[in-house]
Design a protein around this ligand. Structure first.
Ligand code: NOJ
Length: 534
């Protein structure tokens, strides 16, 4: 049986608004553009769209530096456009989820402008300030996630302020109850407008150690990203008190009818820590699982992440899966090296695991990362680390709607804000081709909708040979993927193939297993499955 909760049963689609659809020829995507594409999203079959930040921002970090939480970035439209989007999306059965950034604001937010005006300013304590060390040095050893010290000295007042990201993104002081009150109002402002929920930026990190203690240094046994930072982020993220804040927000969201959902960016390095963000069903509804995103496309590795996730997430919780987003290389490039066969196995897995899939715009047509030249860089990370390939522009380029000038994204005479990738890969052509990746994704989403097993059934890994991964969902649905370049036999499968990655196996009757070709996968339905459970 389906759970009856749309966000558990459904598919969420992430839209990077700047790159989805430009409606006014300025080379930047906008809200009227999203509205124009609602018919497409309905055709694709998604249940909700999550929009990357649409609020006012000087764009030091493209929307993740907010200067007004209750107004729309003028390049994207206005509040009337948000209302229209919510209304027109609802008419097509699609909910709208926004992105909220409670860890930091822009340094141009009036609260911070006031805070830095003097030590006694009204909003001074809304941010994290600290005196220099006796030698004038940084208050502690914390480093920014974007590189360099997490502190910037404010010459006017002689103190340092904290920023876990850019200097233009000062961190809030969540020990101050006025900050909490201000965010309650922001949530209510949008919930009252009919927003279905929020993706919460840095949901694990908003509370900082009250004593601002030094982080312990990394050791050679730490994971590579920790070693790269040189320290374990023990005191500047994931403090125990963050759970109190999340519980409070959950109460607030649950008061609405229907309850609003909280989807957290819980960028923690292990599944156990991620699992804590569900609380006892009283914190986040969904906590992103980055261990999955960063695992390799290998059967054993992915199966292990899923098995551990299944163990750790409390009974009252619900997993969420994604394979791409605006911060990581696209799945087509990262996992699949441009190989469509691999992409199909990845998308098949994404859409058939137990949990809510979040599909990143463009993945449904197999967009790869777009190469970006130095002069085209927009992302501050990209600029800072150039020529190291750490920037996030390649995964943020415009949606490829058709194969003519502007790619259907824009009719701007000038270049769009980021270059458009190879439009030979585009929505229009793939919509017309039943064998395309887009048709495959659409058919998978449609199948999920009619399959209680795929929506809500238990996940059980089945015994299968190395390099294959097979699992049962619910009573009668089995998924098997071959994540290798060899033909492999997965035994003990009987029934009918519902969808295969090649589409050439659809409808095939299985009696005693399936031979999967290289990078092939299939969903099989059997009224009586007897495959051995691992
Ligand atoms: C996570 C967001 O996804 C990323 O794009 C942003 O740069 C940081 N948080 C800072 O807000």
């Amino acid at each position: 049986m389906s759970s009856g909760q749309w966000w558990r049963d459904g598919v969420i689609y992430q839209i990077y608004v700047r790159s989805f659809q430009d409606s006014n020829g300025d080379g930047i995507g906008d809200l009227p553009g999203v509205i124009r594409r609602l018919d497409y999203l309905q055709w694709l079959g998604v249940d909700a769209i999550w929009l990357s930040p649409i609020t006012v921002s000087p764009d030091a970090d493209y929307g993740y530096d907010v200067a007004d939480y209750c107004n729309v970035q003028p390049a994207f439209g206005d509040l009337g456009d948000v209302d229209r989007l919510i209304r027109e999306a609802a008419e097509r059965g699609i909910r709208v989820i926004l992105d909220i950034v409670p860890n930091h604001s822009s340094d141009r937010h009036p609260w911070f402008t006031d805070a830095r005006s003097g030590r006694g300013a009204r909003h001074r304590d809304w941010y994290v300030w600290a005196d220099p060390k006796a030698d004038g040095g940084y208050p502690n050893n914390w480093v920014s996630a974007f590189g360099g010290p997490a502190w910037t000295r404010d010459e006017h007042t002689g103190q340092y302020y904290l920023h876990n990201f850019l200097a233009q993104q000062p961190d809030f002081n969540w020990w101050n109850s006025e900050v909490a009150d201000a965010f309650d109002e922001i949530y209510r402002f949008w919930f009252d407008r009919g927003v279905a929920g929020f993706r919460i930026d840095v949901a694990h990190g908003i509370v900082k150690d009250r004593e601002l203690r030094d982080n312990p240094l990394a050791t050679k046994d730490d994971p590579p990203d920790v070693r790269a930072l040189g320290q374990r982020m023990v005191y500047n993220i994931d403090r125990p008190e963050v759970h109190d804040v999340l519980r409070h927000w959950r109460t607030l969201a649950d008061r609405y009818q229907p309850p609003r959902i909280l989807l957290g960016e819980t960028y923690v390095i292990d599944i156990r820590t991620m699992g804590r963000f569900y609380g006892i069903g009283d914190e986040l509804n969904l906590a992103f699982n980055f261990t999955f995103v960063h695992a390799p496309l290998q059967a054993a590795a992915l199966a292990e992440v899923v098995a551990e996730t299944e163990l750790i997430i409390p009974e009252v919780g619900w997993p969420v899966w994604t394979v791409s987003n605006h911060d990581v290389s696209r799945v087509m490039s990262r996992w699949c090296e441009g190989d469509e066969r691999k992409l199909r196995t990845a998308l098949l897995s994404l859409l058939t695991l137990r949990g809510t899939p979040v599909l990143y715009y463009g993945d449904e047509i197999g967009m790869p990362d777009t190469p970006i030249r130095k002069a085209e860089l927009r992302d501050p990370m990209g600029k800072r680390h150039w020529p190291a390939p750490r920037g996030r522009d390649p995964e943020r380029t415009p949606m490829q709607w058709h194969n003519e000038t502007g790619g259907g994204f824009t009719n701007a005479a000038l270049e769009p804000w980021l270059p458009i990738g190879d439009t030979a890969r585009n929505v229009e052509d793939q919509q017309a081709d039943p064998g395309s990746i887009l048709s495959f994704v659409r058919d998978l989403i449609a199948l999920r909708r009619t399959s209680p097993d795929l929506q809500a059934g238990q996940y059980r890994q089945l015994t299968s040979p190395g390099d294959t991964w097979a699992w049962q969902r619910g009573d009668a649905t089995v998924v098997a993927v071959n994540l290798s370049g060899r033909r492999l036999f997965v035994p003990d499968l009987a029934g009918r193939v519902l969808i295969s990655t090649t589409r050439s196996r659809d409808g095939e009757r299985l009696h005693d297993g399936i031979v999967l070709g290289p990078w092939e996968g299939a969903i099989c339905f059997s009224a009586s499955t007897s495959a051995p459970v691992r």
